[in-house]
Design a protein. Structure first.
Length: 290
């Protein structure tokens, strides 16, 4: 994996990238490979290509594009003109690629799919972050991700200036309304969770009323409280009641139109599923030069 292409301070396992690219290539090349390119391209023909963004945005996924062409032919030269996490203007060249034309054409769509999709997430995240730049709040993602692409999509959120929530069900406790119901109440759920997990595992609990918030604070055991679908006035009261004793996350009904008002209540984090499940792809193309 090209570590020089990663966004600054980002963490992304090379095995995640290699495996995601391998699966995407297997899906696209099928059983016989790229029969169109194989039939129409003279053997040994080489070419140059430019990865160009058609619309301004924040770039993510160059590391996947480089891996795509490398897996098809390790001899391909992938010279990046920028890196993940950087802003790009329309018509900017993101990378110059040179090598066997068969590999360039066969990897084109997979590379563009990764860069377009992940850059779309990074660009939307950056728009959310810009909306709340006058507050202390941070934008975070959710588990509403494309199956099999969670690590990459959360990486794209990081590229856009957001922060990551838990990666999965196994790295933090998040007690939601159904858990509270099954456990027999807020206090029971918190006590059971704290007894079951290690000292390094954080516990977050979801509340949708101020009365539930009071129960959480009285019971203890949580580090983070999620205010679920609360109105702005109620949210402000919750922030005052917590008074800095817990990290506060706001969730539900978050959009570009509402996020600033939510941030202005004084919450610490705002989670938005739209970052990963509703981001439009950024228009990126590969221009081939013979």
């Amino acid at each position: 994996m090209r570590a020089d292409l990663l966004a600054p301070s980002a963490f992304l396992s090379p095995f995640i990238v290699k495996d995601a690219v391998r699966r995407a290539l297997e899906e696209d090349l099928g059983r016989a490979g790229d029969i169109t390119t194989a039939a129409a391209t003279p053997e040994g023909k080489k070419a140059k290509g430019k990865l160009v963004v058609r619309k301004s945005g924040v770039i993510a996924g160059l590391v996947c594009a480089a891996e795509t062409f490398h897996q098809l032919d390790p001899a391909i030269s992938f010279h990046a003109k920028t890196r993940d996490g950087a802003k790009a203007a329309a018509k900017d060249v993101l990378a110059e690629i040179e090598g066997p034309v068969v590999a360039l054409l066969s990897g084109e769509r997979v590379a563009l799919n990764f860069v377009g999709h992940l850059s779309g997430i990074a660009t939307l995240t950056a728009a959310f972050v810009a909306k709340i730049s006058h507050t202390k709040a941070k934008i975070t993602d959710t588990r509403k991700t494309t199956p099999g692409l969670r690590a990459l999509e959360k990486y794209a959120v990081h590229c856009g200036g957001g922060v990551n929530h838990r990666m999965g069900l196994d790295d933090a406790v998040l007690i939601k309304d159904n858990h509270i119901s099954v456990a027999g109440g807020v206090a029971h759920a918190l006590k059971a969770a704290r007894a079951a997990v290690g000292h390094l595992v954080k516990i977050e609990i979801e509340v949708d009323t101020l009365d539930q918030l009071t129960e959480v604070m009285q019971a203890g055991g949580a580090e983070v409280v999620m205010l679920d679908n609360m109105g702005l006035d109620t949210m402000k009261q919750a922030v005052d009641r917590v008074a800095g004793k817990l990290i506060i996350e706001a969730s539900g009904g978050v959009s570009l139109d509402t996020v600033a008002k939510i941030a202005e209540t004084g919450v610490d984090l705002i989670s938005a599923g739209a970052l990963t499940h509703s981001a439009p792809s950024l228009d990126v193309a590969l221009d081939i030069e013979m």
